[in-house]
Design a protein around this ligand. Sequence first.
Ligand code: SAH
Length: 401
Amino acid sequence: MSPTYPIVILKAGREKTIIKGHPWVFSGAIREIIGEPKSGDVVCVTSAVGEELAYGFFNPHSDIAIRLLSWRTRIEIERTFWRSRIKDALELRKRVVPAGTTAFRLVNAEGDGMPGLIVDKYGDYLVISIETIGVERAREEVIRALIEELNPYGIYERSGGSARIREGLSERKGLLYGKDLPEKIEIREYGLRFLVDVMAGQKTGFFLDQRENRRKILHLSNGARVLNCFSYTGGFSIYALKGGANEVVSVDVSEKAIGMIDEHLQMNGLDTKQHRAVCADVFDYLRIDSGRYDVICLDPPPFARTRKDVERALRGYKDINRLALKRLAPNGLLVTFSCSGAVDEESFFRAVCQAAGEAGCSVRLLERLGASPDHPTLIYHPEGRYLKGFVLSLMESYEKT
Ligand code: SAH
């Protein structure tokens, strides 16, 4: 028998985005709740006239009151649900993850029909991040389904961050399955070798979303002098040198991250003499550096995590892009990113245009970039497309700097 769920009735007109396929119901869209759902229970969402629209995890303490798991089809949240969704997620990765690559995002939350769950695969290990109360309550089934489908050596948990706190959950970290975890896991990306510190590295240890963009830098770097700002453990720098860059400078404020770059150079048979690591704040560095670069990559951390930070974040993007544009050599390329979920692509683009204006440069747009395809997003869920980027080319500078 299919389960009966508490019913959440929407206000008139608020069903439209749900019918299209947006995965969130905001608390303000709810007219009435029938039954007494607790945090993390599955509820059935209906329109104001009682039409059954979708099913999802309920959280009365969040602005996002329901995160949808299924549209129209009544589901049972037990092991077969997680197993079949994880199986589908894996099928997609088999198609989109390139050869020579052993690390990828296996589960991208809403984009894989599993809101609140992130799973990254690093070689034979999985790193999971649980961001919502709904998945938190299903954690045992999720872990069992991952073991059954993937048979990993180990599963490590890195659940933290602001999303989890907004859901009323505290940080959780540690080995969930398997005996021991190497201090650093070796992975390959397009045949290039990297070490990932899943226990103490940033996010789940590596920025898998940038894989295709790192590959892009490889193709843009032949013979170039490259500046990689916010380099972390040198992802873009390694690709640039592999692509024939003459010289690469990596700048990051984290000594620990910068400290791993030499090892990455050596593991990939690259010449350490062509690379220089600088441990500094990028804003300061760009103000004092007098170098000129053929390619500059800007991949800052999120400047805005919520809507109220957006104004300040946009000023940050404008400043940093202005400073970078001023360091470009004639015909230089700027590859610039924003990974702030709260900043949409057009606002980010406007900030970059203002930066060009203030820098006194005429700039061309060559390409728009996003996250690699193992980070799928629902078409009606723009909030999921947090990573935006542009490849820009300097046409001329009006000002001498
Ligand atoms: N491009 C990287 C990922 C960058 S993540 C890759 O492909 O792997 C953002 C990085 O910015 C982190 O390593 C963080 O240490 C660094 N960072 C944050 N604020 C900074 C600042 N003000 N100056 C320099 N680095 C900063």
